[in-house]
Design a protein around this ligand. Structure first.
Ligand code: DAK
Length: 257
């Protein structure tokens, strides 16, 4: 891996992926995205990992797709390079994925943070979809996920003017879970990931899938999907353990079975 680093056991059951192209503000070139896709796939298959934290550095989570790499491309180049399959794979990650964002989260960087399940931001984080300023528009979910997260009026303004919003605004608008001082943003994200890692990993994965389904379907179908996942959990040992532990007044020991 050249442009990311991966620590599968950064904390018990918690993996950490760092985007690592600091000079380019973690601009998301094709190689970096491919490495990220492969790392997520491997961590998803690793039983010792239950939650994943994705971060950049203090200055930038990611300043967007690599403009220098895209500048000379034609529409057919963009189509045939099939970037969508890489982004789709990230969306398919089954384990809870938490973005720890500091500094710039712009364009594809903002979209990448929104593809994660939750965002912990430092006070210095800035979110934006500035593609309009370079003659294009968001292409990796920005017009859809941002609109669902913060509402049409605010999303429209960000997408059409390219203006950035601060971490404080992002929290107020419901885009991020929590804003904390820059010194502790990663620690706080790992804390959140560790809390989730203490739960049954089967339950967290099915619950994540059901919450995400609410974006993609109407209410009745979403409720039906949720119910099926709920019933399915009764096939897990973790369900028996969790409920017995409650009855026996002890802490549960989840095994992911
Ligand atoms: N691409 C390439 N290089 C970048 C970059 C980017 N997005 N952002 C920054 N850099 C590079 C700069 O060119 C500079 O490199 P050198 O000149 O030193 O070689 C270095 O990082 C430091 O940046 P600055 O010198 O500009 O630093 P400043 O503090 O002055 O400004 C800034 C920081 C973040 C405000 C500024 O760099 C900036 O405006 N960056 C561009 C932000 C942007 O427009 N982002 C949106 C890009 S378009 C899709 C998937 C994804 C996408 C589309 C489709 N599919 C699946 C189909 C996504 C598209 C985008 O994200």
């Amino acid at each position: 891996m050249e442009f990311i680093t991966v620590e599968a056991q950064y904390a018990p059951y918690v993996a950490l992926i760092r985007l690592n192209r600091p000079k380019e503000l973690n601009a998301l070139n094709l190689q970096l995205m491919g490495e990220l896709r492969d790392a997520l796939k491997a961590l998803d298959a690793d039983d010792t990992v239950r939650t994943i934290v994705l971060t950049g550095n203090e200055r930038a989570f990611a300043a967007g797709a690599d403009i220098k790499q895209m500048a000379g491309k034609t529409a057919i180049d963009m189509l045939t390079v099939d970037q969508f399959s890489t982004w789709d794979q990230i969306k398919k990650t089954k384990k809870p994925l938490i973005a720890a964002v500091s500094g710039f989260a712009l364009g594809g960087g903002c979209e990448l943070s929104m593809t994660c399940d939750m965002i912990v931001a430092s006070e210095t984080a800035q979110f934006g979809q500035p593609e309009i300023k370079i003659g294009v528009m968001p292409g990796a979910g920005g017009t859809q996920r941002l609109t669902r997260a913060i509402g049409k009026a605010r999303a429209m303004e960000m997408v059409l003017t390219g203006k950035f919003i601060s971490a404080e605004e992002a929290e107020r608008f419901g885009l991020v879970n929590k804003v904390v001082p820059v010194e502790v943003y990663l620690e706080e994200a790992v804390k959140l990931a560790s809390t989730i890692a203490q739960m049954s990993p089967i339950a967290s994965q099915l619950a994540k899938e059901a919450v995400n389904r609410s974006y993609e379907t109407h209410l009745d179908e979403g409720l039906h999907f949720e119910r099926k996942n709920f019933y399915l959990l009764f096939a897990s040992e973790d369900q028996t353990e969790g409920m017995n532990a409650f009855v026996e007044k002890r802490a549960p020991e989840f095994k992911g079975k």
